[in-house]
Design a protein around this ligand. Sequence first.
Ligand code: FES
Length: 85
Amino acid sequence: MIVCHCLSISDHEIRAAVKWMRAADPDTIITPGKIYHALGKRADCGGCMPLFLSTMRGCEEFGVQTAQDRPPVLRSPAPAKRAIG
Ligand code: FES
């Protein structure tokens, strides 16, 4: 389905870009601008934003993982405890 009619961007392309960005950087904040950029395009009228955002948010890979979701080797070390006294 075409989401952005100005630039002929499909829902499939948006999902693929989200998946690629998440695989490249688990901590990145994914925005419509980054997706346009990844697809080598630039937003025009912006009329597609509601559907564009909805498509992005529907992707399983859209959200940033919490520390509990990551394997132990990727978690930050626990803060050192100080001895009092
Ligand atoms: S419909 Fe997407 S920029 Fe116009």
